[in-house]
Design a protein around this ligand. Structure first.
Ligand code: AMP
Length: 115
C-alpha cells in the first residue's frame, strides 16, 4: 500500500474529519478548504495520478463521482451545484500522489479558474 498522507488517513494513523466511507471510497474534509464545503474523495486502491489509471480501473473514477454526488444530495446542495476537480501532476497542481477528487461547494465558484 502507498504511503501518502491520504493512506495514513485511511489507516487511521493520522486524524481527519471523515464524512463518508464505504468499501471502495473514503471522503474527508480538506485541511485547507478553498470553498465553504471542500471534501476529498479518495479511492482505497493505490492509484497515484490519473495518468496511472488502467482501463480495468475505470470504475474507480465513477465511484468517486457517485460518492460525491450522493454526499451533495445528502447535504442539500446538489441542486445549487458544486465543482468536482482532479488535479494531475505539477502543472495540474497535484500535491498528494494518491488519486483524489475535490468537491467544492457552498458558494458560487465562478467559471473555470482555480477555486
Ligand atoms: P491536490 O493538490 O489536488 O493534490 O490536493 C491535495 C489536497 O489535500 C490539498 O487541498 C490539501 O489541502 C489537502 N490535504 C493535505 N493534507 C491533508 C490532511 N492531513 N487532511 C486533509 N486534507 C489534506
Amino acid at each position: 500500500m502507498g504511503d501518502t498522507i491520504f493512506h495514513r488517513i485511511m489507516r487511521r494513523e493520522i486524524p481527519a474529519d471523515i464524512v463518508y466511507e464505504d468499501e471502495d471510497v473514503i471522503a474527508f474534509r480538506d485541511i485547507a478548504p478553498q470553498a465553504p464545503v471542500h471534501v476529498l474523495f479518495v479511492p482505497k486502491v493505490d492509484v497515484a495520478t490519473v495518468n496511472d489509471l488502467q482501463p480495468a480501473q475505470a470504475a474507480i473514477v465513477g465511484r468517486l463521482a457517485l460518492a460525491a454526488a450522493a454526499y451533495a444530495k445528502r447535504e442539500g446542495f446538489a441542486e445549487r451545484g458544486y465543482r468536482l476537480v482532479v488535479n494531475c501532476n505539477g502543472d495540474g497542481g497535484q500535491t498528494v500522489y494518491q488519486l483524489h477528487m475535490h468537491l467544492l461547494a457552498g458558494a458560487p465558484l465562478g467559471h473555470f479558474g482555480t477555486p
